[in-house]
Design a protein around this ligand. Sequence first.
Ligand code: CIZ
Ligand code: SF4
Length: 319
Amino acid sequence: ATEKAAIVSRIKQLLKEKDAALVAHYYVDGDIQDLALETGGYVADSLEMARFGKNHSAKNLIVAGVRFMGETAKILSPEKRVFMPDLDATCSLDLGCDAKDFAKFRALHPDRVVVVYANTSAAVKAQADWMVTSSCALAIVHQLKLDGKKILWAPDRHLGRYIQEQTGADMLLWNGACIVHDEFRAVELELLKASHPHAMVLVHPESPQAVVDLADVVGSTSAMIKAVVDGTATEYIVATDKGILHRMRQLAPNKKLIEAPTAGNSATCKSCAHCPWMAMNGLQGILNCLETSSGEIFVAEPIRLKALTCIERMLDFTK
Ligand code: CIZ
Ligand code: SF4
C-alpha cells in the first residue's frame, strides 16, 4: 500500500512537471479513475474522452483505456504527445475488423454511407464517412435515415442490430462483437430480475438482443450512469463492464448496484464482465509514460487526415 501511495504521488508530481493530463475510461481500475479526477483530468466514455483531450491545453495526454481511444486522441490533437499505459490494450471489435478486409467489404457496397463505431483502428476510420460512439449512434443513424441514406455499419453486430430496430434504417452489418458484453445471458438475467422485482435493469447495446430486450434502459456508459443518478429506484442491475460500478457508487452512494450475470462459470467467476484489455491499465504503466515516455501513440499522417473527417463530423453533430 505504501508503494502504491508512492507511485501515486510521483505520478501527480510528474503530471504537473510534464504538463500532462490523464484521461480515463469508466472501465479502468477505480484507482486510475480517482487519480484522473484528482489531477484535473477526466473520467468518461469514449466520446467525452475524445472531446476532453482535444479541448485540453496540456502538451501531453495519457489515455488510460484501449488502443483506439489513444489513437482517436492523437488524430484530434496531432500537436500533443499521446501516451498509453500499455500499447497492447486492444479491443475485440478492433481486432475483428481488419482494415484490408473492411476495404473489400466497403468496395462491394459503394451505394452505402459508411458508419463505424469508435472501437476500430485509425485505418478503418480512415475509410468511413462517420464515426459514432454508443452515446450518439442512434441520433446520427436516425438523421442519416431521414436524409434517405443506406448504411454500411461496422463492427459491432449487436449495437448495429439495435440501432436498425430503433431507427428502421437500411443497415448492412459487419459481424463483430465485444467479448465482454457478448457474455451477458438473458435466462440468468430473468431469474435475477425475478428475485429483485423492483430493480431497474440497465443494458449496454453491445449486449445480445435477448438481454437488451429485458432492459428498462438501453444506453451508453454515460447514459447508464445518468440513469442510476437520476433514477427513482433503489436497486439497479447493471449489464456492462463492472469497472463502471466505481463511478456509479461515487455519484449515487445510496443506490444498490447488482452486476448482471454472464455466461462465465459461476463457481470461479461470479461476474466475468471485465474487459481484459481495460484491465491492462495500471499505475506503473502510467508512471512509465511519464518517466520514460513509453507507450507513445503515433498515427501516420495520411491516415490521420482521412480519419479526422469522420471524427470531427461526429463531434460537430453532438456539440
Ligand atoms: O465498450 C466500450 O469499449 C465502450 C462502451 C466504449 C465507450 O463508448 O465508452
Ligand atoms: Fe472492446 Fe468490449 Fe473491451 Fe470495450 S469492453 S474495449 S468493446 S472488448
